[in-house]
Ligand binder design. Structure first.
Ligand SMILES: NC(=O)c1ccc[n+]([C@@H]2O[C@H](COP(=O)([O-])OP(=O)(O)OC[C@H]3O[C@@H](n4cnc5c(N)ncnc54)[C@H](OP(=O)(O)O)[C@@H]3O)[C@@H](O)[C@H]2O)c1
Length: 255
């Protein structure tokens, strides 16, 4: 156990799986107290239990990030249990697959609702509380899809690009108290990448290729990304804000 986030309170969306869950577990090991958001109650309760077993404190709040009221409840729960809020980790996301000509407008809207609107809602409720602290930090999980296209991912690429602008705008408006940064992962071994691979003719091959095509010859692990999130959330990153970090095994360097 470390103390990089000792008694700091964080809300983690997408905390029931993949990178959000790995981040929650790592933050707990560093002394953080956590509010975990997700729709799946079983996975949420399991995560809460795993964190409590580490001797840390977590509260799972079930809900859909598209709901304005869920984001409000996350902030209220942080204040109710821990009396303050020191940071956000926004990991919830969805793919909304389909080419522009095939994609139903409702799926486009849903993708933006989860990937972009929800981050706006959470920032909207959380910022007044974050500003009460001496320092606070926000990490928004975007994707290399903000820079690089993937077949049948127009809603995903566009929504992830929107997050970069939203986070940068917020960093300018709410500094110096709140540091706000974006991470852009490449292929990471979570259920999400297998769903994403469904957009390719041979999904299993697409996942295998995604790992092999990195400079480091493997898929990222959720824990690789959690370590970057910890760095950005901690005082080690006290002079970093408004920045975007690719963590992709070198995919973007390859072009
Ligand atoms: N894996 C990759 O290769 C990759 C690469 C770049 C970026 N990303 C981004 O990384 C983030 C985390 O994804 P992951 O790879 O860790 O995938 P994951 O394991 O499938 O996790 C996705 C998380 O998002 C939550 N979520 C999705 N829709 C939600 C909604 N409407 N309301 C509340 N929670 C919702 C899920 O919780 P419930 O199921 O409990 O609702 C789950 O905890 C996403 O934003 C994704 O776009 C992933």
């Amino acid at each position: 156990m470390g103390n990089k986030l000792q008694e700091k309170t964080f809300i983690i969306t997408g905390g029931t799986s993949g990178m959000g869950k790995a981040t929650a577990l790592l933050f707990a090991q560093e002394g953080a107290q956590l509010i975990i958001s997700g729709r799946n109650t079983r996975r949420g309760k399991d995560t809460e239990q795993e964190i409590n077993d580490l001797g840390a404190k977590a509260v799972f709040v079930q809900g859909d990030v598209r709901d304005f009221s869920h984001n409000q409840e996350l902030v209220h729960t942080a204040l109710q249990y821990f009396g303050k809020l020191d940071g956000l980790q926004s990991h919830a996301g969805m793919l909304g697959l389909g080419s522009i000509t095939e994609l139903e407008p409702s799926l486009w809207q849903e993708t933006f609702a989860v990937n972009v609107d929800a981050v706006f809602y959470l920032l909207k409720f959380a910022i007044p509380e974050l500003l009460k602290q001496k320092t606070a930090s926000v990490v928004v999980n975007s994707s290399i899809a903000a820079f690089k296209t993937f077949p049948n991912h127009p809603a995903y690429c566009a929504s992830k690009a929107a997050l970069l602008a939203l986070a940068k705008q917020a960093a300018v408006e709410y500094g110096p108290t709140i540091r706000i940064n974006t991470i852009c992962p490449g292929p990471v071994d979570t259920p999400f990448i297998h769903d994403s691979a469904a957009a390719f003719p041979d999904p299993a091959k697409a996942v295998e290729n995604a790992g092999n095509n990195t400079l480091l010859q493997r898929l990222g692990q959720p824990e690789d990304v959690a370590k970057l999130c910890l760095f950005l959330a901690s005082e080690d990153a006290s002079w970093i804000t408004g920045a975007t970090f690719t963590i992709d095994g070198g995919v973007m360097a390859k072009g």
